[in-house]
Design a protein around this ligand. Structure first.
Ligand code: SIN
Length: 499
């Protein structure tokens, strides 16, 4: 018989808005970066702090003319940058890496203010972001072609790797620094120039990173930033410009599919890192305490707002009750509050729309008979209490759409084949997790999961040197590691008759 695990609805620690808020310096840069200059267009849009709604900055709203100018600069700068030596590019990237780490605290606070990531977690993101720059500073020196044996004595065959050309990069709000460097660092290392359009909620981290790139010696036009409230006009200019050779996007599957179609008109190279719906499978032989720690890390990091957060937690029936009891205790200990308070573990959701989606998923699960063991409501603002649900069943929205919030639906399973089928029964395939001490089962399950990333006893597998990306509707291509660099390189084959 199942243990009856009941809990008060808001047992976690919560700080009140304004409790930990202190005066913060204004962001340094709020204008667009076009060519080598900071540019105001006369129009601005507001960036608001999701914790208390206060105005963080008024940011220049870039328009189609800025996009056309940026494209001209990106093309001109590409002529020079693509001809620099790998050593030169590597040295500038290395200085950018140092500068990012030197400004870790400032960047973390900026991120906490623009999207609500708890500042302690944001410091981790700054290190993660810098890690991509460090890795690609090193990798720049390892871009090399191959020689191919010929069947003819008079011929020599080889390949060159060439930068694809100017790149248009669109980055999301959930990792305002790391998703910028994960795209921009390999592009710059390869010899490409980049026009970056950061998410409208989080332009400030991107602008500051670009300022640090210039300070590190990054040449004018190699990295330009076009913040804008409505991404469509700027994106249309750049997607339909045949001189822009590559489009790289992180965001929703719906937008990714539209960009895929539009990119075809100029035959762009594409990288699309889209949505996920990650299953986390805890097998009967799992170390329950360790599994609980990792599920909490996977589910609640960034308040559940990552593409790889656990969305569906399948626990073997033999350990289900023990797991739920310990999981509940861990979740109740999470500290919700002001992102600028270093003790906060769960900040607010990015905006009211994000909150509404989480509320809708929980209400739908409740009306279908799910039990709310913790959380289940907003304690104020756009925050949402870390929530644990049991009694979740097929057909509920939470099992079909990405919740992007701090809600953990737990289900019991009994059969390995059945749980693999359930895990794979979604149109997306970004990340999946398995918790087991049986090596054979670990291999078997990893190979059966239709996902681009599998964490075995690891709830947070992403790291700069490894490939990140999905299958099916989760996108195309990979970021990170040498795979992420090759997304920005074309292969040129050269055949030489030596006479
Ligand atoms: C994402 O949500 O797309 C990024 C997650 C990560 O890099 O860990």
């Amino acid at each position: 018989m199942r243990m009856d695990v009941r809990a008060p609805i808001f047992p976690f620690h919560m700080t009140t808005p304004t409790a930990a808020r202190s005066a913060r310096p204004a962001p340094r840069v709020t204008q667009a970066l076009v060519g080598d200059g900071w540019r105001a267009t006369g129009r601005t849009f507001d960036v608001r702090d999701p914790w208390d709604g206060s105005l963080v900055a008024q940011v220049t709203d870039a328009n189609e003319q800025d996009a056309r100018d940026a494209a001209d600069h990106a093309v001109a700068a590409f002529e020079r940058w693509s001809r620099t030596s790998a050593w030169e590019r590597s040295a500038i990237l290395r200085r950018w890496f140092d500068a990012i780490l030197t400004h870790e605290g400032e960047l973390a606070e900026l991120m906490a203010r623009e999207m609500g990531k708890p500042v302690t977690e944001a410091r981790g993101e700054v290190k993660y972001a810098a890690g991509f720059v460090e890795f690609y500073a090193e990798e720049a020196k390892r871009i090399h072609g191959e020689t191919i044996p010929s069947q003819f004595a008079h011929k020599r065959l080889h390949t060159n790797l060439k930068p694809v050309g100017p790149v248009y990069a669109i980055t999301p709000w959930n990792f305002p620094a790391a998703m910028v460097t994960r795209k921009v660092a390999p592009a710059l290392a390869a010899g490409c120039t980049v026009i970056l359009k950061p998410a409208e909620a989080t332009p400030l981290s991107a602008l500051r990173l670009a300022e640090l790139w210039l300070a590190a010696g990054g040449p004018a036009g190699t990295l330009q930033v076009l913040p804008c409230l409505d991404p469509i006009p700027v994106s249309q200019v750049l997607i339909h410009d045949p001189r822009i050779r590559k489009l790289t996007f992180t965001g929703s599957t719906e937008v990714g599919m539209r960009l895929y179609a539009q990119g075809a008109t100029t035959m762009k190279r594409l990288s699309l890192e889209l949505g996920g719906h990650a299953p986390f499978i805890v097998c009967a032989d799992a170390d329950v305490d360790a599994a609980v720690t990792q599920v909490v890390a996977s589910k609640f990091r960034n308040a559940g707002q990552t593409c790889v957060c656990a969305n569906r937690i399948y626990v073997h029936a033999d350990i289900h009750d023990a797991f739920v009891a310990r999981f509940l205790l861990a979740v109740q200990g999470l500290r919700v509050g002001d992102p600028l308070d270093p003790a906060t573990q769960i900040g607010p959701l990015v905006n009211g729309e994000a909150l509404a989606k989480v509320e809708e998923h929980v209400a739908d699960a409740r009306s279908g008979g799910a039990r709310v063991l913790a959380g289940g409501a907003s304690p104020g603002g756009s925050s949402y209490a870390p929530t644990v649900l049991t009694g979740v069943r097929g057909g509920m929205k939470i099992l079909e759409e990405e919740t992007f919030g701090p809600v953990a639906p737990i289900m019991a399973y009994t059969d390995e084949a059945e749980v693999i089928r359930a895990a794979n029964n979604v149109p997306v395939g970004l990340a999946a997790y398995v918790w087991t001490r049986d090596l054979g089962r670990a291999y078997r399950m990893a190979e059966s999961l239709a996902y681009g990333i599998v964490g075995i006893n690891d709830g947070v597998p992403a790291t700069p040197q490894a490939p990140f990306g999905g299958v099916k509707n989760s996108g195309l291509g990979r970021e990170g590691g040498h795979w992420g660099l090759h997304e920005f390189l074309d292969v040129q084959y050269v055949s030489t008759v030596i006479g």
